[in-house]
Design a protein around this ligand. Structure first.
Ligand SMILES: [Zn+2]
Length: 268
């Protein structure tokens, strides 16, 4: 699932490939922009902001995309076979050297550059951004003490970037019951610092490693490990489906945790 580090890496790859290239053909396969055409414009840069990606081009145009659950961008050489069915492509950008295909992107939007702020205004500080502000992230995290730590970590207006994998891993690393209240956090500043360090450690790697062990199957503490022994105490990792705050079954809110390493506040 895409999180801030994934989007950062995708932006970096697209920027390296496309910056300075003229768009020879553009194909928007979403109803709203089906007839739009920005061919002839030069790609200036591709920048990430949280889970949003902005491809800026000459003439003041920006292509805004959001990855949501399983979107991705692929780069192909002209004529190369696509790794995916064509009907899942939402946007295709062709230059002399590359064909960039955005797959399953729920948000594909052509906008003026000055309107980017409309998208990013609600976002909290981005741990991978140049304008990261730990104090502001802490203020937003602790603004509602009644909220669960889980809900606050997933809220992109608190911090822009971390998603469900990081939420589960952060709670484990801090020994927190995912459903504990923000107001009960002993050191919320440490949670903010760890969020930034984890995202930074994985920036640009294309992998998501929270254990420090990049070997396959060793990368994560709890996420995706239901029933397997906790790497610290051996207790079977548990999984709960659905949004912990609303009870709705939403795949993005699957929670993994170690009941022994992450005791609920009332239990000890
Ligand atoms: Zn444990």
């Amino acid at each position: 699932m895409p999180e801030g580090d994934t989007v950062y890496l995708a932006a970096q790859r697209l920027d390296r490939a496309l910056a300075g290239q003229i768009l020879r053909k553009t194909d928007f396969r979403v109803p709203r922009f089906a007839t739009s055409d920005v061919s002839g414009h030069t790609v200036e840069e591709v920048v990430p902001r949280g889970k949003h990606l902005f491809l800026r081009m000459s003439g003041g145009w920006t292509l805004h995309t959001h990855f949501m659950m399983d979107g991705e961008w692929h780069l192909y050489r002209p004529g190369e076979r696509w790794r995916g069915p064509g009907w899942q492509a939402r946007v295709v950008l062709t230059t002399d050297d590359w064909v960039a295909v955005g797959w399953r992107l729920p948000v594909v939007e052509l906008m003026r550059r000055e309107d980017e702020a409309r998208v990013t205004d609600h976002l909290g500080p981005d741990p991978l951004g140049d304008d990261w502000d730990a104090g502001e992230a802490l203020r937003r995290l602790t603004a509602d003490p009644e909220r669960s730590v889980s809900a606050a970590l997933l809220d992109q207006s608190v911090m822009a970037g971390p998603g469900n994998v990081y939420r589960c891993e952060l709670c484990f690393l801090r020994g927190l019951d995912p459903w504990s209240r923000v107001g009960d956090l002993a050191a919320p500043d440490k949670l903010v610092d760890l969020t930034k360090r984890l995202l930074e450690a994985n920036r640009g790697s294309g992998r998501r490693v929270t254990t420090g062990d990049p070997r396959r199957g060793h990368e994560l503490w709890v996420y995706g490990r239901r029933g397997q022994p906790c790497r610290r105490c051996g207790t079977p990792i548990r999984r709960r489906d659905g949004d912990p705050s609303t009870g709705s079954a939403d795949d993005e809110r699957v929670t993994y945790w170690c009941p022994n390493c992450q005791p609920s506040p009332g239990r000890d």
